[in-house]
Design a protein around this ligand. Structure first.
Ligand code: NAP
Length: 214
């Protein structure tokens, strides 16, 4: 099947509901891919645009892998799915990366008739109130919060701060999110196999570039 071209869908008026898959993806794994696919299916999304974070503000201390390498891994992992595309929006934008800036940029590309659904990990969303311009974010997109097995949804439902903000949040339980980027990095560092945790092309890329070895 030909690769879905979102601009084509847009021109034909067939792009009504677009998923925005935000994450550091260091590295991308099957948990992320299953999340995007299940979100697409469950929320009737016309496509999912992966947006690897450029310069995540909160990870300055811990450090992340070079953004071009993370971007390439996302490209390799998603290229086989005609409903997925990858965006360089955050990779190319200089300075600290904030979701509000990304959504503003997307709003200049996609008309108001296209509903945006920001998909990411439920843990990331728990502290949404501390993100830059949360109110504006809530006006531009709904959230799909992916939860890992064992994640207690009541933690979010009883989160007083989340109740205060006008943001539409739906939860999506994703069993495959038992895999995490941290788990993958640890396994690679300990010289353990990561086969079957991510796409083989990503595994090969990781080893070709000697990522996460130390
Ligand atoms: P994170 O804090 O590294 O991740 C929190 C949890 O969510 C982790 O368990 C992570 O698992 C999971 N996760 C992250 N992205 C996911 C995805 N797309 N699907 C499923 N699970 C996911 O989160 P992050 O990657 O830095 O940030 C997530 C998104 O929120 C990014 O787009 C980021 O730019 C945005 N964000 C924006 C602000 C702001 O604008 N101020 C602040 C924080 C985050 P893995 O480690 O396995 O991915």
């Amino acid at each position: 099947m030909a690769h879905t071209n979102f601009s084509d869908l847009l021109e034909k008026g067939k792009l009504k509901r677009l998923g925005i898959m935000g994450g550091t993806f260091d590295p991308i794994h099957f948990g992320h891919l299953v999340t995007a696919e299940h979100a697409r299916e469950s929320f009737n999304l016309d496509g999912v645009l992966f947006i690897p974070t450029g310069n995540p503000v909160r990870k300055k201390q811990s450090g992340v892998t070079d953004k071009e390498l993370r971007f390439k891994m996302v490209e390799l992992a998603t290229e086989a799915n005609p409903h997925f595309e990858v965006s360089r929006i955050e990779i190319d934008r200089p300075g600290d990366t904030y979701t509000v800036d990304t959504l503003r940029e997307l709003k200049t590309i996609y008309p108001d008739e296209v509903d945006l659904f920001f998909i990411t990990g439920a843990d990331a969303i728990l502290d949404l109130l501390s993100w830059k311009n949360t109110h504006d974010i809530g006006e531009m997109a709904s959230f799909i919060a992916a939860t890992r097995p064992g994640w207690d949804i009541n933690v979010a439902k009883q989160n007083y701060e989340l109740e205060q903000i006008q943001v539409d949040i739906c939860y999506l339980e994703v069993p495959a999110l038992a895999i995490s980027s941290t788990y993958m990095r640890q396994r690679i560092k300990n010289r353990k196999s990561v086969r079957y945790l991510t796409d083989e092309k990503v595994t090969n890329f990781i080893f070709d570039h000697q990522l996460y070895m130390s």
